[in-house]
Design a protein around this ligand. Structure first.
Ligand code: XLS
Ligand code: NI
Ligand code: NI
Length: 440
């Protein structure tokens, strides 16, 4: 049975194509610096936004028209799996991602839920084998059900901690079964609303214990995928513990988990934290902690996680610049943690949205590779800091000087000559590279 009968496989037709259901810039086979676009970009589809969410918001009911919604319960779960594999094949993406409750309905107990999950996981496995699709990551949803009202691993309630541990245990077993290349932890309700009722130290210690148990269990069952933490500053809680990469990194070091985890960085979470997306990628990269990406974008006019499909070429370019500087994403990828707008309720919109995102990142990749080839920013930055590779600067960076010597050097310095940072010139250059990459 087909769920997208009107749609054929999406092909690369080039930038002058007028066919809306074609790639204009994403050419999976095109080789950029020795690798194909498909190998570098490693696109993933988010199961929850594409096959599960119904478009409801705090003010209104769902709007999405989905032809699998004629089913319910386990039949619906199975129909979604079938629809999803047809979608991946037609879109020509290599990866997908899911939460446990996206793929199978919850039962009356965790035992029943796991039974449902097992059945769907086997169905997914069969489809993965016949299609060659791969699982970028899976995760446990520990924020939707009312039991998680006060958190999961940071809940005030030990029963909820235990329940959460059991869910992640199962999640790791599923990850192993399906060969998930990563396992993600997004602390949905791991945070707090007010200090008036919160024991922050106990909550953080418990979160540290929880992660150690997860690491131990992965070792025990031989699951070797990369563990990822996905930072987010707020929403749903006011203060999320994994605020941003820097906060997450401090947490990992405090609890001696830094060698077991990397970060899954989401664009809209970066901007909610008051950072640019590239800041978060850069911070993770220079600390050797850049693992994977949730590729989306926020609405600067709204203050929440709108999870829009990424269409901003400037941000995509600077993001790809960081990813290329990182030598790629390793086992990570670009997961479209993005949903079609509430008004884009037709099934066809799912294709338009992913095509827009994939084309944007393809342009970003080309522009970023050219910026790197020509050493546009690197050359400028190297020159800008060149005082640290000679004379007194070299002594500073090599750690061979001290306050006494530096004072001696500084006391009789008559003039200090600085040079322009050339911000506007560099921004114009980036524009030029994006326009050139898109025009090729
Ligand atoms: C929510 C998060 C979530 C994670 C996976 O804001 O982005 O979708 O990616 O739990
Ligand atoms: Ni996300
Ligand atoms: Ni998000």
């Amino acid at each position: 049975m087909s769920y997208f009968t009107a749609i054929n496989r999406i092909k690369y037709e080039g930038k002058s194509s007028k066919n809306p259901l074609s790639f204009k810039y994403y050419n999976p086979e095109e080789v950029i610096a020795g690798k194909t676009m498909e190998e570098i970009l490693r696109f993933g589809v988010a199961y929850w936004h594409t096959f599960t969410m119904d478009g409801s918001d705090p003010f209104g009911n769902g709007t999405m028209i989905r032809n699998w919604d004629r089913y319910s319960g386990m039949d619906l779960a199975k129909a979604r799996v079938e629809a999803s594999f047809e979608f991946y094949e037609k879109l020509n993406v290599p990866y997908f991602c899911f939460h446990d409750i996206d793929i199978a309905p919850e039962g009356n107990s965790l035992r029943e839920t796991n039974k449902n999950l097992d059945e769907i996981v086997q169905l997914i496995k069969t489809n993965m084998e016949s299609s060659g699709m791969k699982l970028l990551w899976n995760t446990a949803n520990m924020f939707t059900h009312p039991r998680f009202v006060h958190g999961a691993a940071t809940s005030v309630n030990a029963d909820v901690f235990a329940y959460s541990a059991a869910k992640v245990k199962k999640g790791l077993e599923v990850a192993k079964e399906l060969g998930a290349e990563n396992y993600v932890f997004w602390g949905g309700r791991e945070g707090y609303e007010t200090l008036l009722n919160t024991n922050m130290k106990l909550e953080l210690d418990n979160l540290g214990r929880f992660f150690h148990m997860a690491v131990d269990y992965a070792k025990e069952i031989g699951y070797t995928g990369q563990f990822l933490i996905e930072p987010k500053p707020k929403e749903p809680t006011t203060h999320q513990y994994d605020f941003d990469v820097a906060t997450g990194l401090a947490f990992l070091h405090t609890y001696d988990l830094q060698d077991q985890f990397k970060f899954n960085i989401e664009a809209n979470h970066a901007t909610l934290a008051g950072h640019t997306f590239e800041h978060e990628l850069h911070y993770a990269r220079v600390h050797g902690m850049l693992g994977s990406v949730d590729a989306n974008q926020g609405d600067p006019l709204l203050g929440w996680d709108t999870d829009e499909f990424p269409t901003d070429l400037y941000t995509a370019t600077l993001a790809m610049y960081e990813i290329l500087k990182n030598g790629g994403l390793g086992s990570g990828g670009l997961n479209f943690d993005a949903k079609v707008r509430r008004g884009s309720f037709e099934q066809e919109d799912l294709f338009h949205a992913h095509i827009a995102g994939m084309d944007s990142y393809a342009v970003g990749l080309k522009a970023a590779q050219k910026l790197l080839n020509d050493r546009v920013l690197e050359g400028f930055i190297e020159e800008r800091y060149s005082s640290f590779s000679r004379d007194i600067g070299k002594e500073i960076t090599e750690g061979t000087t001290n306050f006494h010597e530096l004072e001696k050097y500084a006391l009789d310095l008559r003039t200090v000559s600085n040079q322009s940072g050339r911000t506007e010139r560099l921004k114009a250059l980036v524009n030029q590279y994006i326009l050139t990459a898109a025009a090729e």
